[in-house]
Design a protein around this ligand. Structure first.
Ligand code: G6P
Length: 555
């Protein structure tokens, strides 16, 4: 994939020049150009995005598209879908798209079509989860397993929780989940263990241990803790009825003592943060909602995969969002971006996308190991609106500039209209969704404040600079299908940005060092609990450890 370096440099120079002059642009004026506004939208089925509030002229947009071409974006996308080993530091393919491909598709890795294996696992999951849900699979006491604790962390937790929450109040999902509970246990903190099993009875609980590697320290300790909870209550033989696993490491699962017949596999070409469409998400979500709902979710993700793969770039949602991201991050120099869903069901979207994006693109070197002049991916954060408005929006209106992605839903999953109220609850929510992007874009001048009679000494405090970029996305309805589309859309935005930056978005070496250092601390704590003194750490860590071991901050 030989991108033309000359073209990339020339186009980047043009974009840098445009960025240097961006202060002279006014979003409020750009918004008066109807043709531009129409051009800066894209609709795909029940999703619509409007990025006309970006500090972006049509000329600059054109140059961003040229940058995509010069960096061979199309070839990178094709290579990903073709199963090429684009995760070069781990020599792996990147094929989460294969997890939602239809049976009729063929995708080869090392000469093997992976699609039949994907569908074999899905069929096995459907058979197992049907048995649990119907009461054919019973616990050790003969009671049905109505509750599930899904143990896993990072990619083995965040995606499944996002989908679980997105569908919790979706009426068909509510019906399908009747009488069932799904809890997640991610943190190794004993408080999280207590929260996960609070009110649950081992006799009616199924534990799903989810770990790609089956070596993650937190997950393994939580698995042992929950196994002890089952064994203490029901005896050792109960484990085979009450514990199942999802992993790529079958020997380790067997060593742990889970029946190999109750393990659902996936593959090294599924990155942890891209694994919600694998057994990682499908097992807990099917236990809760049944496989029809999960199939719709996978179909939605597949639909977005197809759109990403085949739509022309000027109407390709993930590509357009990625180009906007590159513009804001690399050229305008914004270090952060906010994801602001005006939809409580999407409360776990931002936490999930934080991992998808920051673990993928939080890199400082290119694929060839050479240093980037500026780090690649931005800091992502977010909260549902309107909650965020009462929390951090002060900063995004009058403090630092944070490009925002607003997400709104047209039809509520559960509409409420109170007699006597001027608007429905959902209209109230959405009034804020429509108002905030304009508040950011237009701001409020000192003159406007004065015209309103604001006392002169308060004018600087009540002025809003405006000219703050955002995009607004509308989803017709939040369903399993659109939740799948949304997930894949954000996954692919991250890939687009990474491809243009020339980095490997699919490894995560940056998480290793802390894990290694924790081993030394763990050993020290173990020895110190038997009387050994603290040694081998720097003065700061030694002092902190001594206080911890002494149980007091004053020692
Ligand atoms: O699924 P596991 O192997 O337990 O890994 C869980 C998580 O831990 C790792 O540290 C990585 O940062 C994540 O990408 C991964 O999803």
């Amino acid at each position: 994939m030989a991108a033309s370096q000359t073209d990339v440099s020339a186009i980047s120079d043009a974009l840098r020049q445009a960025a240097a002059q961006a202060d002279n642009l006014s979003i409020s004026q750009l918004l008066m150009d109807t043709a531009r506004v129409q051009k800066m939208t894209a609709t795909h089925q029940k999703l619509h995005i409007d990025y006309s509030r970006q500090l972006l002229t049509l000329d600059t947009l054109h140059n961003l598209h040229r940058l995509a071409d010069a960096t061979d974006l199309r070839a990178h996308i094709n290579a990903m879908f073709a199963g090429e080993k684009i995760n070069s530091t781990e020599n792996r393919a990147v094929l989460h798209v294969a997890l939602r491909a239809p049976k009729s598709a063929s995708i080869y890795v090392d000469g093997v079509d992976v699609v039949p294996n994907v569908h074999k696992v899905l069929t096995d999951i459907n058979a197992f989860t049907d048995k649990v849900r119907s009461g054919e699979w019973l616990g050790a006491t003969g009671a049905p397993l109505t509750d599930v604790v899904a143990i896993g962390i990072g990619g083995s937790y965040l995606g499944p929780e996002f989908v679980f929450e997105a569908l919790r109040m979706h009426p068909p999902a509510v019906k399908a989940a009747k009488g069932r509970r799904l809890r997640f246990l991610a943190n190794v903190d004993p408080v999280d263990v207590a929260r996960a099993r609070d009110g649950l009875d081992p006799a009616t609980t199924l534990i799903v241990v989810i770990s790609k590697t089956f070596t993650t320290a937190e997950t393994m300790l939580n698995a042992r803790t929950m196994r002890a909870w089952i064994v203490d209550a029901l005896g050792p033989d109960a484990v085979s009825k009450h514990m199942i696993a999802v992993s790529t490491n079958l020997p380790a699962v067997q060593d742990f003592g889970i029946d190999p017949a109750n393990v659902f596999g996936f593959w090294d070409w599924v990155g942890g943060r891209y694994s919600v469409s694998s057994a990682v998400g499908v097992v807990p979500l099917s236990l809760q909602y049944g496989h029809d709902i999960v199939s719709e979710f996978l179909a939605g993700a597949h639909d977005m995969d197809q759109h990403f793969r085949s739509a022309p770039f000027d109407s390709n949602m993930p590509v357009l969002m990625g180009l906007v991201g590159v513009w804001n991050s690399t050229f305008l120099g914004h270090a952060t971006r906010a994801l602001l869903p005006y939809q409580q069901a999407l409360l776990k979207l931002a936490p999930h996308i934080q991992q998808v994006d920051m673990e993928s693109n939080g890199k400082s070197v290119r694929l060839d190991g050479s240093a980037l002049s500026v780090p690649a991916g931005p800091i992502n954060f977010g909260e549902p609106g309107t909650n965020g408005q009462h929390s951090f929006y002060q900063l995004i209106h009058q403090g630092r500039v944070v490009p925002c992605d607003f997400v709104g839903v047209i039809k509520s999953q559960v509409p409420i209209s109170l007699d006597g109220e001027p608007v429905s609850n959902h209209d109230e929510l959405m009034s804020n969704f429509f108002a905030q992007p304009d508040a950011l874009a237009f701001g409020k001048s000192a003159e406007q404040c004065r015209a309103e009679g604001v006392p002169e000494e308060l004018v600087p405090h009540k002025t809003f600079p405006g000219n703050r970029p955002s995009s607004s996305m509308l989803i017709e309805e939040l369903t399993p299908f659109t939740a799948g589309q949304l997930l894949a859309l954000f996954e692919h935005r991250t890939a687009v940005e990474g491809f243009i930056w020339g980095i490997n978005s699919f490894d995560q070496w940056g998480v290793e060092l802390g894990k290694v250092l924790a081993k030394g601390v763990r050993k020290q704590l173990q020895m110190s609990r038997k009387g050994a003194s603290v040694s081998g750490f720097n003065p700061s860590t030694s002092a902190l450890l001594k206080k911890y071991l002494a149980g007091s901050v004053s020692s």
